[in-house]
Design a binder for this molecule. Structure first.
Ligand code: MN
Ligand code: MN
Length: 460
């Protein structure tokens, strides 16, 4: 099957050009002007449209069990929703169960995803239990293409690793080339604050925010960055949410430590005011939504390059379901917000239409940088000969309203309900197959393939 995309404006992180794109089978064959049209099976007219590499979201949680409930998007529904929003690759967090081998967690995620995902996917491994055995498993996983590991300074008794455990994992990663991802919030201190609020009868979602102050995110960022320095490795800070944490990233880099950091749409568009709403549980996630004045600092960092990318931390729980837990105790509300479908449009609308970033920077933040930092450079995140033909024909002018009544995520609310955005994916190709065509679903469960990822080059 040969598909020719004509008359479009090709946007890569490296530049913008008027070019045709020839797709041959699953890969991009030619990017250029006046591409020969013989032996072309299908032509897509992209006049007036942007032709961008399919977006890459390297922070999702499909079907994640949290306590007694499970994130409501399966790999099928979540990746279909992602595709509607212009995302053609996810990297999800396979998660270890306490006391069990990493392998068991990884295999559980393969069962959830293999044969079900509609777009290509990889896994990070989330580690909650650092032992000699799990450290040895890290090397095995790197060889199998699971090249990144998330550890937590939060959630004592569940996901938490102490400083020694984190340092041991960092040394292990230094040997194997794995990348250490950190959830950086001081969970020990947070639990003390949270217990104090609950004891005082202050149990609403608002106090979820107050119990996780930005200073305790900054403290943990500083701590893990200094440990990365001791281990001599880079570290990747997931879901950075605050000005305070950003300041610690800056300081670490000034000392010569390589720190990568992502933020998420919820920290750019939402604030602690949302936690004060009657449906505040919908907005409970960790780190929590911050006071609105943090947003400008995060945008500035996306513009300057201090933040490398935007991921979603997609973790959907129904407002009229699991989010009703914790009515009397915010600690029991399952943490997480949906967003895998909305990221590309939100960043385009507020970033490009809003005059903050260029088209190239937009593609860098949503596609090229995440692909590179996930060890998918050359395959994903770029429109160039030899890359996978994951391509989005993006309408830069179409306005639409984000809403649970129209979105494809399997969750009963949108964090951005009623927000009008400009820009939207018209046609989405995954490895050469059209899977979305002007709102029509043409993809299928099981089309997505597991991506064995490379180790990541340790350059910023
Ligand atoms: Mn996290
Ligand atoms: Mn997460």
């Amino acid at each position: 099957m040969r598909t020719l995309i004509v008359n479009g404006t090709v946007v890569n992180a490296s530049g913008v050009e008027r070019a045709d794109v020839l797709v041959d089978g699953e890969r991009i064959a030619v990017v250029g002007v006046d591409v020969a049209r013989e032996r072309v099976d299908r032509t897509i007219d992209a006049a007036g449209k942007l032709v961008i590499p399919g977006a890459v979201d390297i922070h999702t949680h499909m079907e994640l069990p949290v306590g007694d409930v499970v994130a409501s998007d399966t790999f099928e529904t979540g990746t279909r929703a992602a595709a509607f929003g212009g995302t053609t690759t996810i990297v999800d967090f396979a998660t270890q169960s306490m006391g069990r081998p990493l392998r068991e967690g990884l295999e559980a995620w393969h069962v959830k995803a293999d044969g079900h995902a509609c777009i290509d996917y990889g896994f990070h491994m989330a580690i909650c239990d650092v032992t000699d055995a799990t450290l040895a498993e890290m090397d095995e996983l790197v060889r199998e293409g699971v090249t990144s590991f998330k550890l937590f300074t939060a959630y004592p008794g569940r996901m938490y690793s102490d400083d020694g455990e984190i340092l041991r994992a960092m040394f292990q990663a230094a040997d194997s080339g794995g990348l250490i991802l950190m959830h950086a919030e001081n969970g020990i201190a947070i639990d003390v604050l949270a217990a104090r609020y609950v004891r005082a009868g202050l149990t609403s979602p608002w106090y979820h925010g107050l119990s996780r102050p930005a200073t305790l995110e900054a403290e943990a960022v500083n701590r893990v960055a200094r440990m990365a320095d001791v281990a001599g490795i880079p570290v990747y800070i997931v879901h950075l949410s605050s000005r305070d944490a950003l300041e610690e990233v800056r300081r670490a880099r000034e000392r010569g430590t390589t720190v990568y950091a992502e933020t998420c749409p919820q920290y750019l568009f939402l604030s602690d005011a949302d936690l004060a709403r009657p449906d505040g549980a919908a907005f409970v996630c960790a780190p929590p939504l911050r006071p609105r004045d943090h947003q400008a600092a995060l945008w500035d960092a996306l513009i300057s390059g201090e933040l490398q990318l935007v991921s979603t931390d997609h973790a959907p729980f129904d407002l009229h379901g699991p989010k009703t837990l914790g009515h009397d105790d915010f600690r029991l509300i399952p943490g997480g917000v949906p967003g895998v479908e909305e990221r590309v449009d939100l960043i385009y609308d507020a970033g490009v239409v809003g005059g903050r970033i260029s088209l190239q920077r937009w593609v860098e933040l949503i596609s090229a940088a995440p692909a590179r930092l996930a060890g998918l450079e050359g395959r994903k995140g770029v429109i160039t000969p030899g890359a996978d033909a994951d391509i989005v024909i993006y309408d830069p002018n179409r306005r639409h309203t984000l809403s649970a009544s129209t979105h494809h995520m399997n969750v009963d609310y949108s964090c951005y309900e009623g927000r009008v955005v400009q820009g939207g994916a018209d046609v989405v190709l995954s490895r050469g197959e059209v899977i979305v065509d002007h709102g029509q679903w043409l993809g299928r469960a099981g089309h997505g393939r597991f991506l064995k990822r490379s180790t990541v080059a340790t350059r910023p």
